[in-house]
Design a protein around this ligand. Sequence first.
Ligand code: 1QQ
Length: 408
Amino acid sequence: MKRFILLGTSLLASSSLLITACGQNTPTVSNSPEATTQPTETSRKEIPIGIALAQTSNVALLGQEGVAGSKIAEKYFNDKGGINGTPIKLVVQDTGGDEAGAINAFQTLITQNKVAGIVGPTLSQQAFSADPIAERAKVPVIAASNTAKGIPEIGDYIARVSSPVTVVAPNSVKAALKINPKIKKVAVFFAQNDAFNKSETEVFQKTVKDQGLDLVTVQKFQTTDTDFQTQATSALNLKPDLIIISGLASDGGNLVRQLRELGYKGLIIGGNGLNSSNIFAVCKTQCNGVLVAQAYSPDHKNAVNEAFRETYLNQYKKQPPQFSAQAFAAVQVYVEALQALDKKTPIKNLSLEQLRTDLNKQLLTGTYDTPIGLISFSPTGEVNQKDFYVAEMKVDKDGNNGQFVYLK
Ligand code: 1QQ
């Protein structure tokens, strides 16, 4: 039901956007003979690519890692000559943590910044509202961290490099059973106000049942909650051997901390929303041992990952996290698709509308050797990716820094 309401709102927003867009584009569609072959508003000295990620709000813990990865990609590919000699230029618009912020960022990127394509938004919850705007405006979107079911199906212009919960999440449950084959009783927690968390918990709950385990309780919370005493106490009364949390970084970190403070000693699995070292500052050493499935390993062996990892390490003094690697991969897809397109039809001769449409078609046909491995897309824009991992949190004694240790 919510989905329909959101889509309804976005349709209204996008139709007014189209009117604005037509108005703004009028001057470039003149009757002079050159006008039809002229490069668009950007004059193609550089090719703008939009980055719509959360740099503020509680979601910034996750979004900032994406921005970091995209910027490393921008420099890496421009140093190699960009799009056959023309550099790309990232235009970063902060989405904040909600739907309105993502819609605003998309509209600005599409109509004012006139980007060729967009990477973002951070959350699936935001994507279900903002992506239909790009779809209506025929602007390609590559999600770099949207993992809920149904993202590529939002439209023809929507693809993702972030593998969905259906293929990633089950890996952590299998890893937990390897660590402790005696696990029987499982408690599941999820944030009910977020589309990704609702999607992920379904996968976790199904995996628990498929593995023949007892799902003893399902506890709900909100991503904005800070106090989890009621839900944690009810779950711990049932003496679970494994707790699985689908939340975001700040709520998820606080929930882990409170479970440990209440005396829970068993294994904890965190979903993709806990997949950031920014969580260490929230739960400190109480996060030790939390398992998180990964769609990236810093140890992946290929030249682009080695270069990406070295740059990230030098800049941030820690291993690159998954969200940074996925954002790098999304920018890489645009770069390599633009290069391929430019070889077929010089992109300086394309109008912005044509460039966006052709880029969207082109990107779905390629294979890309990225830091997250070799990837390609299904015709609907779903990523095909091979390698998945599980890592364990190891937090330093001071409680602020730490790392993800990959399990063999
Ligand atoms: C989604 C996610 C979040 C954890 C991204 C930060 O996977 O919203 O789909």
